[in-house]
Write a protein that binds this ligand. Structure first.
Ligand code: SF4
Ligand code: SF4
Length: 601
């Protein structure tokens, strides 16, 4: 045993390593990314990869578990939607080794498009869901998840959340175990889901489910005494514990919100006069408890979502309010406890090539005589293009949505749209949309922002480092493919203009690829002193273009409207130089070692 201060996601990773995980695959996404990163760092004998999307990550882990290995797949909650097809099948076949899926949910949508409660996936797929309530339990319960999966030969969902994954505290840990590998074995009657096998598997699945319902009893605990019962799941338990103080109350601490432990729940309902169920987001536990009470003929008043907020993260204040009401204490309404910080709109980094691409695109389209179009956006750093002054993301739905949405926009309105997608997202879920645009012949300008990085989630690698997007587009039947360097303003705007004209004339899809590395990646590779931008005050007219229109955070307006450079932010990328119509900006200093390779290779 050893003690270490760990982030919740690191605790999950170390728990997996202590369980003998052999294969771990994930797709980066806040709040899940640190799990695979930690396994890559500390699991020298573990095969760990960033997959091209969540479905592939899940299938990789699933395949390893078919061979008898211990396998882990990680993703954020919306990623489970992408993996859902394989997830449903895994519940039918079961596995030979063990298979744990970490779904890192994001209540309050701190960095997501929704706050879906993925415990529902457990219900739909008949897969047990294990939920930690703090960092130590994240470590302990992922071990329980592997053990349960291995004993029952069934997948397990480990549902974490932003608050669990990103809190740091001391964790008591066991040794890292040698990976439990698999070996080649074939069992098509189990794993080939043709109808005959699937029907037989369905019966097997229900048999395993009965075993699971019994086994989860040991993962849940009843504490305290009294006539009032609080049932708390996941992080709610930590808040309830604090809120009840010294009150006489029973608490059923649930680590498995689905299925709930039937016997223990019935035991905890005995002699209870009233029940409060505290859980984050959806009433998953509440539904099951009410269902159990109806089938057992138990008539008790049950509180749940009538007192506990159904939207956003739980907070101590929210739980304290619900517990106070339940226990008959004086409580005041929950106030917004968020600290007032100075509003600070998110901004693209100094030197970010996306800023240049957005500026180039605006000018290029204008040169082609396109005044108004639909910018079908996608998920990545470039989502910030939704903000002024760019306003170049009119929709932003889910990974890889830009091409499909653009197709719908054209089919319904006749407007030639621009589908904007990042390189990582292109390989994640953009390819089917591109194939559709080719075979249904949709006139659209597809702009791939290729910075060779999954930058938004922490600069994980992207398939575009190894696979040439232009070749892929040509191979899929795109006739017109052009590449440009977004920092080369004049040439880029010309290429965009020509592309837009080609699409208008030929009424076919065209692919444009803006190629320049993520500024943070480039800086990591460059050695030596960086050059810096400088404004010539004699030439600067105070036209405001560089700070109001180009908006590099390193360019600051002076009181006389002229521009100056914040040397602490400028990285000398030179993107602003061609933007100034008065040639007032220049770069001082030589390019350091590795400059061109870092930005362009
Ligand atoms: S774009 Fe050029 S002229 Fe205009 S404010 Fe910036 S530096 Fe001055
Ligand atoms: S060179 Fe210009 S665009 Fe690049 S970081 Fe400095 S001010 Fe910003």
């Amino acid at each position: 045993m050893s003690k270490r201060i760990l982030l919740g996601n690191e605790a999950i990773a170390f728990g997996a390593l202590s369980s003998g995980v052999a294969v771990a695959a994930g797709y980066p996404g806040t709040p899940s990314s640190e799990i695979i990163e930690t396994i890559m760092k500390f699991g020298d004998k573990v095969y760990a990869e960033w997959s091209s999307n969540e479905k592939v990550a899940f299938e990789t882990a699933y395949g390893a578990a078919m061979m008898g290995a211990r396998a882990l797949a990680t993703m954020k909650h919306v990623g489970v939607n992408v993996a859902a097809d394989a997830l449903m099948s895994s519940s039918y076949t079961g596995v030979d080794g063990s298979l744990v899926l970490v779904s890192a949910d994001d209540p309050s949508m701190w960095s997501s498009q929704n706050e879906q409660d993925n415990r529902y996936y457990g219900m739909m797929a008949l897969i047990p869901v294990i939920e930690p309530y703090d960092t130590q339990s994240a470590y302990d319960l992922i071990i329980s998840a592997f053990e349960l999966s291995s004993e029952v030969k069934h997948p397990v969902i480990f549902r974490s959340s932003t608050r669990i994954g990103h809190v740091r505290s001391q964790v008591e840990m066991k040794e890292i175990k040698s990976p439990v590998m698999g070996r080649l074995s074939k069992n098509p009657s189990k794993y080939a889901l043709v109808p005959e096998n699937a029907r037989r598997n369905r019966k097997e699945q229900l048999r395993r489910w009965e075993m699971i319902q019994k086994k989860v009893e040991n993962l849940n605990f009843l504490e305290g005494d009294g006539k009032k019962l609080i049932i708390a799941s996941g992080i709610a338990y930590a808040y309830v514990k604090e809120a009840v103080e010294n009150s006489r109350v029973k608490i059923l601490k649930l680590s498995t919100p689905f299925p709930i432990p039937k016997d223990l729940t019935l035991k905890s309902l005995e002699d209870s006069e009233e029940v409060l169920i505290v859980e984050e987001l959806e009433p998953i536990v509440e539904m099951q408890v009410k269902d159990l009470m109806v089938s057992e003929g138990i008539a008790l008043k049950v509180h749940g979502k009538d007192l506990v907020d159904r939207t956003g993260e739980l907070t101590f204040e929210k739980v304290n309010y619900a517990v106070g009401k339940f226990l008959g204490k004086e409580v005041s309404e929950v106030e917004n406890t968020l600290i007032d910080v100075v509003p600070r709109p998110p901004a693209l980094c100094p030197g970010c090539p996306h800023r240049s691409s957005f500026i180039d695109l605006k000018k290029g389209l204008a040169l082609a005589g396109i005044k108004d179009t639909f910018f079908s956006g996608d998920i990545g750093c470039y989502s910030l293009g939704v903000l002024p002054p760019f306003n170049e993301q009119d929709s932003l739905i889910e990974m890889g949505s830009s091409l499909g949405v653009a197709n719908g926009v054209y089919r319904s309105s006749g407007v030639i749209p621009v589908a904007i997608i990042g390189d990582s997202t292109f390989f994640h879920a953009g390819l089917p949309g591109l194939a559709n645009a080719v075979y249904n012949n949709t006139p659209m300008i597809v702009l791939v922002l290729d910075n060779r990085s999954t930058a938004m989630t922490g600069q994980q690698p992207s398939p575009s480092k190894y696979i040439d997007i232009a070749n892929v587009a040509r191979g899929m039947g795109i006739e017109y493919v052009r590449e440009f360097d977004p920092f080369d303003y004049n040439s880029s705007t010309r290429v965009i203009k020509e592309t837009a004209e080609w699409v208008k004339k030929n009424m076919k899809p065209a692919v444009l690829i803006a190629k320049r590395a993520c500024a943070l990646d480039a800086l990591d590779k460059i050695e030596g002193k960086l050059p810096i931008a400088e404004v010539d005050m004699n030439k600067c007219t105070g036209c405001t273009i560089c700070y109001d229109y180009f908006t590099c955070p390193a360019i600051i307006p002076l009181s006389n409207k002229k521009a100056t450079i914040d040397v602490s932010q400028c990285i000398g990328c030179g993107a602003c130089v061609p933007i100034c119509p008065f040639k007032a900006i220049s770069i001082k200093g030589d390019k350091p070692k590795g400059w061109d390779e870092a930005w362009l290779s």
